[in-house]
Write a protein that binds this ligand. Structure first.
Ligand code: CMP
Length: 139
């Protein structure tokens, strides 16, 4: 089924100059870039985006990290691209992420309070719709 997902290159990815490499992997997989913008997140936007994580021990450091620099926000389209982008991204923990994935090949464990794991991808169709609405309210 053709679907859309929200993908983010987090501030660590942009800061390390990995935007091109990550976008290359997305395009090589065959997903279409429907939207792509370099953006500064805001505390309000992140509170909505990370609603389910509010109250967790990593929530505050996560928001602080996501505000530490620009992010690249993208809407991807393709056959089963929600699952497919998460598969490209690899496991949340960059040390555990399989080689061949974005996090497995490029991610580092910095020993910090939050996983600085380069990318985010929506985890289900309802989440994708919600997150696309948060980051691209006009789409
Ligand atoms: P993401 O899947 O984009 O959304 C939630 C983020 O919180 C996740 O990426 C990581 O950056 C971070 N995260 C999730 N679980 C943990 C954890 N157990 N410890 C630290 N950070 C986490």
């Amino acid at each position: 089924m053709t679907e859309r997902t929200l993908a983010l290159i987090k501030p660590d990815g942009v800061r390390r100059g990995l935007t091109g490499e990550i976008v290359r992997r997305i395009e090589a997989k065959g997903y279409t870039l429907v939207r792509l913008e370099l953006r500064e997140a805001t505390p309000e936007l992140l509170a909505e985006h990370y609603e389910e994580h509010q109250g967790k021990p990593f929530y505050e450091p996560l928001v602080e990290f996501m505000l530490s620099g620009p992010v690249v926000a993208m809407v991807l389209e393709g056959e089963r691209c929600i699952e497919g982008f998460r598969s490209l991204a690899g496991a949340t923990d960059p040390t555990a992420a399989a080689p061949g994935t974005i996090r497995g090949d490029l991610g580092r464990d910095w020993g910090l309070k939050v996983q600085q794991n380069l990318v985010h991808g929506s985890d289900a169709p309802e989440t994708a719709e919600r997150e696309i609405g948060i980051w691209f309210p006009t789409s």
